[in-house]
Design a protein around this ligand. Structure first.
Ligand code: G3H
Ligand code: 13P
Ligand code: ZN
Length: 307
């Protein structure tokens, strides 16, 4: 059942849990995510990045995601991830495919971010589509060289409250020290949870954690065993994810963990069965790994059993 982001996240906001948002780039990833959602009975957000759209085409990905939603009774959101280019966000809204879009104006000045977000909110809300916006720079907490740089780039709680009031967005992505990709921390994973709690208190809105992949040890080990070069890869630990959910996060974006699971599955299939040339025998095991990783994540976030 296709639903809006607003409906799924307002329940999560009231119930203090988070819903996983998983990046899909092809049929196999979409099916693997849906299999996990069915297994643990969780609402789910399927999202496509600009890169995914360049790779597979908006219409192909939409056809796959919308079919997945039509075939289940679980709530499924189809969301545009990181719409940095307003023309693409407008295209997604007008396509009629998406039930939610993200306008990512985080690289713009505060004023410009408000202006473009407000414009997208008006256009999307007229059509019953939800909007996620972003304030602050999603960058590793260790990347900031000084306290003043950190203060300038992580989301400011007072500004966040003003931003959600001024724009009318349905959910806000916050910068509290996560970053995209497999190499998030050099030492112990660390996030600014005090800041997160202040943002929640002042905005009273569903909040989104980007760059939340955990880089699971078992999957990383398999990828390494079969030739992957990922030694220093480190993600947001399960404990930290749980703390972030308790601190007010209601949507958690995961892509890297799916990539790792996919890679581990493909590498193992190719290494153990060098005679195999059937794509189904190579991609099948990769799908199973993704399903395992996604189901685990849904349980961790508290969305299992909430569908
Ligand atoms: O936000 C980053 C996601 O992992 C999407 O990555 O732009 O390479 O598809 P991508
Ligand atoms: P990860 O790279 O941690 O999976 O984050 C994905 C993301 O934030 C997509 O928007
Ligand atoms: Zn992101």
């Amino acid at each position: 059942m296709l639903v809006t982001l607003k409906s799924v996240l307002s329940k999560a906001h009231r119930g203090n849990y988070a819903v996983g948002a998983f990046n899909i780039n092809n049929l196999e990833i979409c099916q693997a995510v849906m299999a996990a959602a069915e297994r643990v009975r969780a609402p789910v957000i399927l999202q496509t990045s600009e890169g995914a759209i360049d790779y597979a085409g908006m219409d192909y990905l939409a056809a796959i995601a919308r079919l997945a939603a039509a075939k289940t009774r679980l709530p499924v959101v189809f969301h545009l991830d990181h719409g940095k280019n307003p023309a693409l966000v407008e295209r997604a809204i007008k396509s009629g495919y998406y039930t939610s879009v993200m306008i990512d104006g985080s690289a713009r000045s505060y004023k410009e971010n408000v202006r473009i977000t407000k414009k997208i909110v008006a256009m999307a809300h007229r059509r019953g589509i939800s909007v996620e916006a972003e304030l602050g720079a999603i960058a590793g907490i260790e990347d900031f060289v000084s306290v003043s740089e950190r203060e300038a780039r992580l989301t400011n709680p007072v500004e966040a409250a003003k931003f959600v009031r001024e724009t009318g967005c349905d959910a806000l992505a916050v910068a509290i020290g996560t970053s995209h990709g497999a190499f998030k921390f050099k030492g112990e994973p660390k996030l600014d949870i005090v800041r997160l709690k202040k943002i929640k208190k002042l905005t009273k809105k569903p909040l989104v954690l980007h760059g939340a992949s955990g880089v699971p040890a078992d999957i990383k080990r398999l990828a390494l065993k079969y030739g992957g070069r990922l030694k220093e890869a480190r993600g947001v630990s399960d404990a930290l994810n749980r703390t972030a959910v308790r601190g007010g996060i209601n949507k958690v974006n995961i892509d890297t963990d799916l990539r790792l699971a996919f890679t581990a599955g493909v590498r193992r299939a190719l290494a153990e069965h060098p005679e195999v040339i059937d794509p189904r025998k190579i991609l099948g095991p990769a799908k199973n790994f993704i399903t395992q990783v996604v189901a685990r994540k849904m349980r961790l976030l508290g969305s299992a059993g909430k569908a």
